[in-house]
Design a protein around this ligand. Structure first.
Ligand code: AKG
Ligand code: FE2
Length: 368
């Protein structure tokens, strides 16, 4: 048998770059344990039912940190409507899309064009364009007095310029309504998932409730353009763009990802091999982010992943990233510490953590 070949990639951690060995072999199909499919039907059931569900989530979170969910409660019709809006948005001219650019909208989100980001400095620029909305209390149905949050004066609580986004997309019929409704449904699901994570960490179900009252919550549409003249050996290399999104871990707590049927999402196994996180109809992919790994003292895994769109057709994905309240300082949870396993991390807020990681990414990009 041919020997497995490896290469090295550089990843970002709060302390600086870390290096990781990765196989150069094509991705393989994961085993059922590596990326399990978890039926979320019991999520609104009794505490016993939720604990049973949480034990399955615990196993997945400790293993690869990636799993699929079925019966997640996000209506398929809403997903398809959001996808249609994403396609309508990205189908516009570059000039129209730039009207809602992230540079204008700031923390509210907005558009970032193809090749404008490079998630991993040891790979190429990212062959994708994105549109995002970030947490805003006016869109959160659980907040009765959004003005109090808007005026709280915490720099982490600045919500940017959502008006730029909604004005610049007002000609796309239904865009705002569908985009916000899809974001709200996923925020509701993500909050319920956080309760399951609390149970999965042997904590009371409401342990994290007070730190998800106005959490980081980014709803993103991603378009990975196809490559018409496909040359799999040297694709786009001359343009300096090859990977769809470079190897990375997600920064916050939990990601809920809808992906179309194109394929191309790869997840790094504990044995440094790429796994094909193939699309499965009717599911969302869930993965743990760095902040939850940190709070769980590395019990839960925030796993490296990347995307290649090797096809001639477009790939669309719609991730939702949940953090905790940006200013709430969180420490490693007590159930993940004992005499042999002291806390590996200092307390920090999710906002500060996010800020540090992004600052590091910028520094790295500038040095590249
Ligand atoms: O497009 C995908 O399937 C995943 C995107 C992703 O990993 C990210 O945006 O962090
Ligand atoms: Fe990601």
């Amino acid at each position: 048998m041919a020997q497995t070949k490896y290469t090295q990639i550089e990843l970002l951690s709060a302390k600086g770059p870390v290096y990781r060995r990765v196989s150069t072999a094509p991705p393989r199909t994961p085993t059922e344990d590596e990326i399990p499919i978890i039926d979320l039907s019991p999520i609104d059931g009794t505490l016993e039912m939720q604990k049973e569900l949480a034990s399955r989530i615990r196993a997945a979170a400790k293993n690869t940190g990636f799993f699929y969910i079925t019966n997640h409660g996000i209506p398929e019709e809403l997903i398809q409507k959001a996808l249609a809006q994403a396609k309508a948005f990205f189908g516009q001219s570059e000039e129209e899309k730039q009207r809602v650019s992230n540079r204008e909208a700031g923390r509210a989100g907005g558009f970032q064009g193809v090749g404008s980001t490079q998630v991993n400095k040891t790979e190429t620029r990212d062959h994708k364009e994105t549109f995002s909305i970030r947490y805003n209390p006016v869109n959160d149905p659980t907040i009765s007095d959004p003005q109090s949050l808007l005026l709280s004066g915490n720099p982490n609580n600045a919500y940017g310029k959502p008006d730029v986004i909604w004005k610049g997309t007002s000609h796309l019929q239904g865009f705002r309504e569908v985009t916000i409704e899809f974001w709200q449904k996923r925020l509701e699901l993500a909050r319920k998932m956080v309760r399951l994570f609390a149970l999965a960490l042997d904590l009371p179900r409401d342990h994290f409730d007070s730190v998800i009252t106005h959490p980081g919550a980014d709803g993103v549409y991603i378009h990975y353009p196809g490559t018409p003249d496909i040359d799999t050996t040297n694709r786009n290399k001359d343009k300096g763009i090859d990977v769809g999104i470079g190897s990375h871990t997600d920064i916050q707590c939990v990601t809920l990802l809808w992906q179309d049927m194109s394929g191309g999402l790869q997840v790094l196994s504990a044995d440094d091999e790429w796994l094909d996180a193939r699309p499965i109809e009717g599911t969302l992919v869930v993965n743990i982010g760095d902040f939850l790994q940190r709070l769980s003292n590395n019990t839960f895994k925030s796993t490296v992943h990347r995307v290649y769109n090797r096809k001639s057709t477009s790939r669309y994905a719609m991730p939702f990233f949940l953090g905790f309240n940006p200013e709430s300082v969180c420490e490693v949870v007590p159930t993940c510490i004992d005499q042999e396993h002291p806390a590996l991390y200092e307390p920090i807020s999710c906002g500060e953590w996010h800020h540090r990681r992004l600052a590091l990414a910028e520094k790295n990009a500038a040095a590249a």
